[in-house]
Design a protein around this ligand. Structure first.
Ligand code: NAI
Ligand code: MG
Length: 506
């Protein structure tokens, strides 16, 4: 009689055979479901976008434009302005002017009304924004529609409420704004990162110059239009598109009072050096290599869903992704079998299809980085397990994958892969789990799965991570602070802690 393990292997092999034998499918290849693509008919994109400075879209003085593409199809979506130093200067001056003449003088309650208005308009446009986000960045519509955009709206509503209550957030202090804030954001949560940056800044009375990532500028442009529609005083929000040079011009501009950055640790270090000694305030939210720790007493099926959500969610383009799985040795075989069975059911394909679980990798550059690190993992002796799902012929894709036989010294156990690739390690005792979890240069997030409340408290209090989820993963709320330890950066975003970055206290 075949053992359970052999039976499972036979079943898995049968699934793999079906996968291998099915014809190469185009988008909508979701296994047993018919395609259910979200219509993009009502989404209007401009052919070319200017810079949003002083409340108007203006042509860049640099006269340069660059294309943003859909990473799932490689089709060009629009041309976007590349802001040069003179353009960044114009944006900073517009922000300074708006700060002095209008925004810092406005009654806090009136400031709040503008932010509420932005929140309401964003809510009305939710569907359109979700579609643009998925087209420009490759994330599944399920994510942009159900996670990103609702959180964007929640962030504006939440912070609007604080505008006239700041003295309650900081009792016994006089609270005042800082001035012009330069904000630089990445491509993994384009509109959500814009909301995390802009909503607290303007609610506290500051004005901003935001620089979106070069591969995902379109929802920021849509947000600029929302600011116009909300009649926000000109210059309170300015948006300059471009790549690293544009970001550097903003960081180095002498009239910027604060820099907020989310992105790679390498660029974070450059920015920290550039701002040192200038008097500019700085918050950095950088990389991560979160440990998801599963104890033998955990509810295993829930933990498997949490692991899936933690690393394959948004193609692993998540700084707080649960990219390391630490599983207690006694349940490792069972859990890994369940995990690989579950991965085999994930649907990769058209981001606009409502059935899609895993979308496109954001850019060719990111795909190359993932491939390089995965190749390195294989070379270093870890064992690669990959979903055999069909890969669309165009666009940038990487199948959900995990590594076993990972040593702590492997690059795949230490470096941010920022793709749908999980590194699995085992442990025997809680002490060993904590030690392994903390033994990296990062400290952004972590997860703990156990049946025992006491164990949750014991373990989480020893973790050097800004956020620790217990029996869940990747849950966000505007009232909950987010940020890191060590090379994951400093400062918090969200909640009362997040407001602190945007006020002067005396
Ligand atoms: P990046 O750090 O280069 O880009 C983030 C933002 O910084 C973008 O808007 C970019 O234009 C801007 N930027 C680049 N160089 C700059 C400079 N010298 N001064 C000011 N702004 C600058 O990240 P990249 O190259 O897109 O991704 C590389 C790796 O970084 C990823 O593979 C991932 O590991 C990590 N990453 C982490 C993120 C996080 O949320 N913590 C987000 C994006 C990437
Ligand atoms: Mg794009």
């Amino acid at each position: 009689m075949a053992s359970v393990k052999e039976e499972r292997e036979a079943r898995a092999e049968a699934v793999r055979r079906v996968e291998r034998e099915k014809p190469a499918l185009e988008f909508g290849s979701a296994w047993e479901y018919s395609p259910a693509p979200e219509s993009r008919d009502h989404v209007r994109l401009d052919e070319r976008y200017g810079l949003f400075i002083g409340g108007k879209f203006v042509a860049p003085k640099s006269r340069k434009y660059f294309a943003t593409i859909n990473p799932a199809t490689e089709e060009k979506l629009a041309d976007v302005a590349e802001a040069g130093a003179a353009d960044v200067d114009a944006a900073v001056r517009a922000a300074e002017d708006a700060y002095r003449k209008r925004w810092s003088r406005l009654k806090p309650a009136d400031r709040g009304k503008y932010v509420y208005r932005i929140a309401r308009i964003l809510q009305e446009k939710s569907r359109e924004l979700a579609i643009i986000e998925s087209m420009d960045g490759g994330k599944p519509i399920k994510e942009s529609r159900d996670v990103d955009v609702p959180l964007v709206v929640a962030h504006f509503f939440y912070h609007a409420g604080w505008a006239d209550k700041l003295e309650y957030a900081f009792p016994r202090h006089a609270v005042s704004p800082i001035g012009v804030c330069g904000q630089i954001i990445p491509w993994n949560f384009p509109l959500l990162m814009a909301a995390w940056k802009i909503a607290p800044a303007i609610s506290c009375g500051n004005t901003v110059v935001l620089k979106p990532a070069e591969t995902t500028p379109l929802t920021a442009m849509a947000l600029a239009k929302v600011c116009e529609e909300a009649d926000l005083p000109p210059g309170v929000v300015n948006i300059v598109t471009g790549a690293g040079e544009t970001g550097a011009a903003l960081v180095n501009h002498p009239r910027v009072n604060k820099i907020a950055f989310t992105g790679s640790t390498d660029v974070g270090k450059i920015i920290q050096r550039a701002t040192a000694g200038t008097g500019k305030r700085l918050t950095l939210e950088l990389g991560g290599k979160a440990a998801n720790i599963v104890f033998e007493d955990a509810a295993i099926d829930q933990a498997v869903e949490g692991i899936i959500n933690g690393i394959y969610f948004n193609q692993g383009h998540v700084c707080c992704a649960g990219s390391r799985l630490l599983v207690q040795e006694s349940i490792a075989d069972t859990l890994l079998q369940k995990l690989s069975d579950r991965i085999a059911t994930l649907r990769m394909g058209d981001p606009l299809d409502k059935n899609t679980d895993v979308g496109a990798i954001n850019s060719k550059m990111q795909l190359d980085k993932i491939r390089e690190l995965v190749a390195c993992g294989v070379e270093e002796g870890a064992e690669l397990h990959q979903s055999s799902c069909a890969i669309p012929s165009k666009g940038y894709w990487f199948p959900p994958s995990f590594f076993t036989g990972v040593a702590q010294s492997h690059r795949i156990a230490r470096e941010e892969i920022f793709g749908p690739v999980l590194s699995v390690m085992t442990f025997r005792t809680p002490e060993e789990a904590v030690e392994k979890a903390n033994n990296i240069p990062y400290g952004l997030s972590a997860g703990v799965w156990t049946d025992k409340g006491s164990k949750i408290f014991k373990i989480t209090s020893k973790m050097r991570a800004g956020v620790v989820w217990a029996n869940t993963f990747n849950k966000f709320d505007p009232s909950s602070p987010f940020g890191g330890y060590k090379e994951s950066g400093f400062g918090r975003e969200g909640g009362v802690h997040g407001l602190r970055a945007y006020v002067e206290l005396s």
